[in-house]
Design a protein around this ligand. Sequence first.
Ligand code: FPP
Ligand code: MG
Length: 319
Amino acid sequence: MAEGQELLLREDMKRVVARLHEEQTHVEPYRDDYRRLLDNHGKMIRAAMVILFARACRPTREPVDERVITGAAAIEMLHLATLVHDDVLDDAPIRRKQPTVHTIRGNKAAIYLGDLILSRYMEIMAEIAPNTDFIREQAGTVCEIVGGELYQESGRHHTDITVDYYDKTISGKTAALFRLACLTGIRLACLRPGQAMEETARTFGGNLGMAFQIIDDINDFDLDKDTGKPKLEDIRDGIYTLPVLLGLKRDKDFRAVIESDSPKDVLDYLQGHPELAEESRQTARDYLGRAAQAMEDSPVNRDVRTLLDELVQALTSQV
Ligand code: FPP
Ligand code: MG
């Protein structure tokens, strides 16, 4: 049964890719850049969340409604817009194994292109919104994402920030979008989702998102793992992520290493203290465990639950 749902998901995701490919901009000088950005999608995990939660309330062998596909594509566009801006802010040369748009077109054009993708996301969501609460939720989540980034900015180069502060940062910049993706699925497909379905979407999405960012942050120090992005970016930018914060909490001498402003020395320290990465991995596993737990006794239909459980297991095996 779940294999049937997996095939359906694969078909739905092909439609999301096609929907993204249809997107065009009226701004002729940037048509190719816009096209390249939308076609160079990643694994589209957030779009898959929209589809799976749309399928969560209605066990069906039918393809999902076009509105759901459009909503999933729009969620990917919001994600992409944030990445285009993020790469300017982080001055990152590579994303998804390709040169970033600001390295080709300059920072100003890249910011405008990010704005353009963000505006289209808003326009598309307004077109498919079932009600004004839907729009409010989308807009509120964009505020949360920007808020998370501002927390990160305010904590930059501060060796006294806490793990709680880091949690607040990643809850805004990453987990909020995962949660929104799950909620978007139920809002677009479930007639009356009910409290339990809504709570499942929130808890599953939020915890998966927290784990996802922690794993991303650990990978930034793992030179052997090919992520299609440069390494040691966070520490170079003065962004202290979980392994570093755990080190700062344990060893007051680590502060001097951080303040020496040498990413290589920080890497050497972390390699000499593997328990810091291990504890960070365990924290990610705990969040994944909470995501899986949210599925137990939830109203999510059994086949979709199996796929979501498999996704959690796949991520857990990578941590
Ligand atoms: C990646 O983080 C970035 C985010 C999760 C969010 C970025 C959000 C903004 C820049 C807010 C403003 C943008 C819009 C369009 C509202 P990372 O740098 O830790 O991960 P990375 O390694 O993938 O770069
Ligand atoms: Mg970045």
